[in-house]
Design a protein around this ligand. Structure first.
Ligand SMILES: O=C1O[C@H](COP(=O)(O)O)[C@@H](O)[C@H](O)[C@H]1O
Length: 261
């Protein structure tokens, strides 16, 4: 069942990143207190990396027990290990190299020079198996119930590597698929599918900057998920859109939240 999106609009992208980082720290600390550990799905892109950099700079990051945090990825650019364009490489640089994570709990998606070579579909299947192994019986499905799954929203409304009209966004069975011919480079990618995304307790969509304004307005105005993948991304308990005022500038008045900071 979909949850109605809640919107928070911040003054600018810096404030949005700082507020989202503070929100994420609280979520992780709460999950660790109540369940012993936390699981978070990271996103690539400018807004996702901005949030990680803000988290790295936040003194409250020390409240997190980094050794009891599982990190997953919503998508990956299928490139060699260490390539600067890989989402995991950028995340390491922005935050992960600076905190005491348990390497066993950092679940990067396979690289194109990994055990599956250039076979992106085999790489996707392997990641699906890794997710399935981590799922608990009470999760009722082949992926863990992620505490927070973050998604950057692309100017074309893509989320993860689910691009409008491509086969990946139509997937209803598999949790991870290979993407061929993505319109944004690189063309070959690995992505969670909408069913996997919807297994998360909370889904947070991040959109900052004027180039995201049209995408946010389309996705939040009743568009279909095949044409506007961001419209199909929601969490079981909560769907939260975190925007800056530029990205919110084309939202219909009826959607614009009263409170903004
Ligand atoms: O390529 C990707 O793009 C999206 C959005 O990135 P942005 O720079 O426009 O914010 C990102 O969410 C995704 O993880 C990434 O692989």
């Amino acid at each position: 069942m979909s949850t109605t999106p809640q919107l928070v609009v911040h003054r600018d992208k810096e404030l949005m990143a700082q507020a989202a980082a503070a929100r994420l720290i609280t979520k992780i600390v709460d999950a660790q207190a109540s369940r012993g550990s936390a699981s978070v799905v990271l996103t690539g892109g400018r807004n996702g990396n901005g949030l990680l950099a803000a988290l790295a700079a936040a003194p409250a990051r020390d409240a997190i027990d980094w050794g009891r945090l599982d990190l997953w990825w919503g998508d990956e650019r299928f490139l060699p290990e260490g390539d600067p364009e890989r989402n995991v490489t950028q995340a390491r640089k922005a935050l992960l190299d600076a905190v005491p994570l348990d390497p066993e709990r950092v679940h990067a998606m396979p690289a194109s020079d990994g055990p599956h070579g250039a076979d992106v579909d085999a790489a996707a299947a392997a990641y699906a198996q890794e997710l399935a192994r981590a799922a608990a019986p009470e999760n009722h499905g082949p992926v863990p119930a992620f505490d927070v799954l973050m998604l950057g929203v692309g100017p074309d409304t893509h989320v993860a590597s689910l691009f409008p009209e491509l086969p990946a966004v139509r997937e209803t069975e598999r949790t991870v698929v290979g993407v061929h011919g993505a319109p944004k480079p690189p063309p070959t990618r690995v992505t969670l599918t909408l069913p996997a995304i919807r297994a998360a307790r909370e889904v947070w969509l991040l959109a900052a900057g004027e180039d995201k304004a049209e995408a946010a307005a389309i996705a939040l105005s009743g568009a279909g998920e095949i044409q506007a993948p961001a419209a199909g991304a929601y969490g079981r308990a909560r769907t939260l859109w975190l925007l800056d005022s530029a990205a919110a500038s084309q939202l219909p008045r009826s959607l614009y939240p009263a409170a903004s900071a």
